[in-house]
Design a protein around this ligand. Structure first.
Ligand SMILES: Cc1cc2nc3c(=O)[nH]c(=O)nc-3n(C[C@H](O)[C@H](O)[C@H](O)COP(=O)(O)O)c2cc1C
Ligand code: SF4
Ligand code: SF4
Length: 294
């Protein structure tokens, strides 16, 4: 059996989840390709050549990033109502995030694909504010234990749907203003010349090749999808992401933090939804542990 997961990940969270799924598929004897989605879509694999097909992406403004919509438009048509699954990651567990696949799956449906299952993992924010290291570790602990269970569950034929949100299509449509807005915003990024060490990391990392550094000068094109990869990974925090700069998060998270809990300025933020998410995750992990022990 062969599987493919088309994965777009700005700062690595979604890729970590997709990799856990791919590793679990392999353990179950499914040869799995983890395909990195970039702006260059010249040679896309044909999903019809695979038995299992998945798509993984981070949620951006309650939607799939526009690179995923472009991918859906560019894929070849499905033969025989090809089924696929979706894996998504986001910083908060709000149910409203469920609407993030509506447009994506609508495009695929028109090409003959059928959404079979969807999974949502909460991972640390790469935008808005920085989660504390202990909270980020808690998120990763839940996601990294859930993902292999859910990958097996999926291979076993279980259908997993996320709750339907009434008027979700309308809300997602309004929120997709983010796509053109980020293209414009990406043109006005700035670099703090006092901090930048001209390492070129941001240039190389951009999935849209939107950043140019020539003769020591930066220029930015109109293809930004606000994935935050450039600013998040800048070693000197020299990146200014224009209108969203107040929400910038810089630097990788320690996902295996074992120290004292850090002071958390956002501890009330979405408190109930996080509590519910962790509670459900724990229940599922324990129920599978019991099944495995039997
Ligand atoms: C432009 C942008 C918009 C985002 N919008 C949302 C959102 O609507 N809901 C949410 O929970 N997280 C949102 N996030 C946070 C990311 O979805 C989250 O950190 C995700 O795990 C990042 O995955 P990645 O590392 O694979 O890019 C947003 C992040 C960015 C950069
Ligand atoms: S990653 Fe940061 S330090 Fe390196 S070239 Fe880009 S802005 Fe400058
Ligand atoms: S410019 Fe930065 S935020 Fe925009 S697509 Fe490139 S890496 Fe992502």
């Amino acid at each position: 059996m062969k599987a493919i997961i088309f994965c777009f990940s700005g700062t690595g969270n979604t890729k970590k989840i997709a990799k856990l799924w791919a590793d679990e598929f392999e353990r179950e004897g499914v040869e799995t390709t983890l395909f990195d989605v970039t702006g260059d879509m010249q040679e896309l694999p044909d999903p019809n050549d695979f038995d299992k097909v998945g798509f993984a992406y981070p949620i951006h403004a309650f939607n799939a990033p526009h690179i995923m919509l472009d991918l859906a438009k560019k894929l070849v048509k499905a033969k025989d109502k090809k089924e696929y699954f979706i894996l998504k990651s986001s910083g908060e567990p709000l149910k409203l995030n469920n609407i993030s696949s509506y447009k994506f799956s609508h495009i695929l449906r028109r090409k003959g694909y059928a959404l079979s299952s969807e999974y949502h993992y909460v991972m640390p924010y790469n935008m808005i504010f920085r989660h504390t290291a202990d909270f980020a570790t808690k998120m990763w602990s839940a996601a990294s234990r859930l993902a292999p269970i859910e990958a097996r569950e999926y291979l076993g034929g279980k259908i997993h749907k996320l709750a339907y949100i009434p008027f979700g299509n309308v809300i997602a449509f309004i929120m997709r203003i983010e796509h053109p807005a980020m293209r414009v915003n990406g043109r006005i990024f700035k670099i703090d010349e006092n901090k930048c060490v001209k390492c070129g990391k941001c240039v190389k990392a951009c999935p849209m090749q939107n950043i140019k550094l020539e003769n020591g000068k930066f220029t930015f094109g109109g293809d930004c999808l606000m994935c935050a990869r450039c600013s998040f990974n800048c070693p000197t925090d020299a990146f200014n992401i224009a209108l969203l700069n107040g929400w910038r998060v810089n630097g990788k998270y320690d996902l295996n933090y074992a120290g004292e809990p850090e002071k958390n300025a956002h501890k009330r933020y979405c408190r109930r939804s996080y509590a519910k998410y962790f509670e459900n995750a724990q229940k599922k992990i324990e129920s599978y542990r019991e099944k495995d022990e039997k």
